[in-house]
Design a binder for this molecule. Sequence first.
Ligand SMILES: O=C(O)COP(=O)(O)O
Length: 227
Amino acid sequence: MNTISKEHSGPNGVRGIIFDLDGTLLNTLADIGDSINAMLAEYGFPGHTMDDYRRFIGNGIRMLVMRALPIEGRSSEMMDRCVQRARERYWDNWNRKTRPYDGINELIDALETKGLPKAVLSNKPHDFTVRYIDEYFKGRHFSVVLGQSERFPVKPDPASALEIARQLDLPPSTILFVGDSIVDVQTATAAGMRPVGVGWGFKGTGDLKVNGCPTIVEHPLDILGLI
Ligand SMILES: O=C(O)COP(=O)(O)O
């Protein structure tokens, strides 16, 4: 059954919200970092700090693995093996330390009450993205959940964001796109959506400000004031 309400529109004309996943809805940093470090250790490569992973995450798993590998480990054959092994390690370690950020569940519930359709768009592989939403947001409804797959190029290409707008049957200009990284801001802008940067994620607000993100919120419930 299609539960998308086309009726809702707040005073600011917002009719839908797309959320980034890593660093926006969920703090997945430690599970990702631990998994990649475990993969690196298997191949005898040095690991990285969690702060390093804040910088490495954001452009999909292949880019993450490439950034984590030393230059001499980046042949395409080695990359393929390491990406596969990283996926396996992460599949087994995905939910040990991951938690929603404070205030996220309250925000999701408030949006639910308002009847505003919600979606998730991540550069994390699609199967992981769906698994996270199913596990951490049980009983809460997202109209569309899209992770990275063969179907669309990774963010900041706007194709996947525009596909969500199509599925929500909403004009892109009525959609808030909420994320912690400049990749999300670029995606929103390229899709003609309204970018909202968050201050609690992996990246901090410095990059968002330098790159001209027009709106930055410090707490999830601040988003309610934008719709
Ligand atoms: O896994 C990544 O590269 C980033 O995922 P995100 O798009 O949910 O931040």
